[in-house]
Structure formats: C-alpha cells, structure tokens
Design a protein around this ligand. Structure first.
Ligand code: ATP
Length: 233
C-alpha cells in the first residue's frame, strides 16, 4: 500500500524550479533514501510532504490524503527528524519526551516514556541526564522516541547520519530496519551513499530538482551506487 505519494509534484521559488514533476510512491515498511548534490531538491521534497511549503504544481499525499499546509490531517501520520534535533537543554530525556508527546496530544506514564527511549536505543543511564549533556546521536534517539510516541506511520529525516560516529550510524541503521519491519515507513535525505545502501530498500538520485534514478538496493552494491551517483550528478 502506498503511504507516501508524489504526483507531478513541483516547487518553484521566485520562478526557479527547486523540484520538477516528481512522481514517486513509497510503500508501508519501505526505507527510501534520497541522494543528490547540495541544492538538488531533497529538502524541498521533504518540506512538501511535511506541508511546510505549498506545492507549485502536482500534489503530495500521505495515506491517500493530499498534503496541504494548513490541513492537520496528514500531519498526524508523520514525524520529522531534522538534521539537528531541537530539544530543551535544561530538561532531561524523559522530560523532553514527555513535553513533546504532550504537544502532539499524547500522554504517557514515566515507565512508558522510559520504554520509548529504550526502544529508540537510549540507555536507561542517560534518561535522567540533561539534554545539554547529550551527544548528537543521543539527541537523535530522543527525536526517534518522539516519533514513536506520536505513533507516526511515516518518519521523515533530513541528513540523519551526518556527524554520527560509525557505531552510532550502525545503531541508527539497525533501529531504522527494526521500525520498518514493524510497519513504519521511512523517507530520508542523505549524502551517505554507503549507509543508504545499508539501510535503504530503495534509493532515489536527484539532480537539479528531478528524480533521475530509482534503484532497489537488492540490485546494487555500494560501489555501483557510487558510480551511478557520480555519473548522474
Ligand atoms: N525557501 C527558499 N527560497 C528560495 N529558494 C530555495 C528555498 N529553499 C530551497 N531553495 C532552493 O531550492 C533548491 C533546492 O534546495 P534544497 O534545499 O531542496 O536542496 P537539497 O538537495 O536539500 O540540498 P542540501 O543537500 O544542501 O540540503 C536550491 O536551489 C535552493 O537554493
């Protein structure tokens, strides 16, 4: 079943195309990774699915519902994890998760909040430490816990592995695969070709606002993908 859909989706800024005629369908349980040079249109695509910006042409839909900036219906289905997850530095992990899940309209017991952080890979020893002391990888895990607390069907991520050390990247990859196996749909923009092959089920390569290639990761090695990427951009 198609969870994320773009039909002729396009966006122009001041008459210049940031995204042109995107046709894409991402199914439940897929991990779709979008590659492309700086300015290729990856974040614009994510922003259109989030309803952060209005499409200039075509449409984006989530679970069959068209995304519109002021319509909350599609927002309930999605969670967004930006490159740098913004959290309250003076609150601890549990308090941050509690605050953001209340904002999203859900309430959990302290035990349930701890279980969500644990599921996101944050060890119990960190739960009561102030966010100001967390590493980037730990902040990202809180971001994932917030997405889990929201019970979002779709998790959109921008550059999720940028700045993560190799161990944190492997943990992140493993977690994404577990979430996808549970039926979450993950859509990420990334520059990390190697990780995209490891984590993704499908990969799209964008150039100047156009999706030029879509490949199944079962059919390509990291070296082949790197070659295709370099030939494309
Ligand atoms: N708010 C905006 N106003 C004007 N132009 C914009 C705006 N947002 C993006 N653009 C332009 O749209 C194009 C696509 O940008 P986008 O941020 O989607 O690329 P990207 O692939 O995510 O790049 P990066 O890898 O650097 O994050 C670029 O030319 C960018 O300058």
């Amino acid at each position: 079943m198609s969870v994320l859909q773009a039909i002729g989706l396009g966006k122009q800024y001041n008459g210049t195309a940031a995204l042109s005629d995107l046709h894409l369908s991402v199914d439940k349980g897929e991990i779709f990774c979008l590659l492309g040079q700086n300015g290729a249109g990856k974040t614009t695509t994510i922003n259109l699915f989030l309803g952060f910006t209005e499409a200039s042409s075509g449409k984006a839909a989530i679970n069959g519902v068209e995304v519109k900036p002021n319509d909350l219906r599609t927002k309930q289905f999605i969670a967004y994890i930006p490159e740098v997850v913004q959290l309250y530095g003076n609150l601890d992990g549990i308090e941050n998760l509690d605050f953001f899940s209340r904002l999203a309209g859900t309430r959990y017991s302290t035990e349930a909040l701890a279980a969500l952080l644990e599921k996101a890979g944050l060890p119990a020893t960190a739960h009561r430490k102030r966010l100001g002391t967390y590493s980037k990888g730990m902040r990202q895990k809180v971001g994932i816990a917030i997405a889990l607390a929201k019970q979002a069907d779709v998790i959109l991520m921008d550059e999720p592995t940028s700045g993560l050390d190799p161990k944190a990247t492997v943990e992140f990859t493993q977690l994404c695969k577990e979430l996808a196996a549970e039926g979450k749909t993950i859509f990420m923009a990334t520059h990390d070709i190697f990780n995209a092959v490891n984590v993704g089920t499908r990969i799209g390569i964008m150039k100047q606002g156009r999706l030029v290639h879509t490949v199944d990761t079962n059919n390509i090695t990291a070296n082949e993908l790197q070659q295709l990427y370099l030939e494309t951009i």
